[in-house]
Design a protein around this ligand. Sequence first.
Ligand code: FES
Ligand code: FES
Length: 216
Amino acid sequence: MIQMDSSKRRFMQSAAAAAAFGSVPYATAQSAVRDTAQGTVVRGEHVQPLTLNVNGRPYVLEVEPRVTLLDALREYIGLTGTKKGCDRGQCGACTVLVNGRRINSCLSLALAHAGDDIVTVEGLARGGRAHPVQAAFVEQDAFQCGYCTPGQVCSAVALLAEAAAGAASAVTGDVRKLGPVALSDDEVRERMSGNICRCGAYPNIVAAVKKAGGAA
Ligand code: FES
Ligand code: FES
């Protein structure tokens, strides 16, 4: 029989604290408590307290330094909208917004994001209405299986802000020109190139991003 040791108590306290903020984290394979082959209970290595601000809510956690932001979101907090594809920065399925910029959450450690403003696909809708990018993806039928879609949507949200702010891409014609960058097909393809879709829904994704950006 497994007895609750101090690390598990701390995790339960963390869960209770998060629940007090209205969230419901849950223990999974990467929680601080695990069984060894001998059946004894050990705690994770160098577990540290961490508060992540996700979609406008604080989540109080205890994580090992090795835990990625992606795993903290999915396995600790329970926000499974953000997907794990490659877990090595190649597919973009794990894209989230941190302080308004898109990142691959599988490549970033959770402990590096204390105090950051993190937005996942679950946090894009406002007042029960889908974000314009989400609405455009539905309207343009920009997905098949949908596994890549949360990452595509988060990436597109950041893309529109980047283009509106005049940030040039590798295919921007005149990088000296100030002001918003027009979203041609090439601009959208280049700026979305970090997000892979194994179903090949690319033409519809480009159409959706252009639609959301007012270019179509
Ligand atoms: Fe992060 Fe693929 S899961 S880039
Ligand atoms: Fe299936 Fe993109 S819709 S991977």
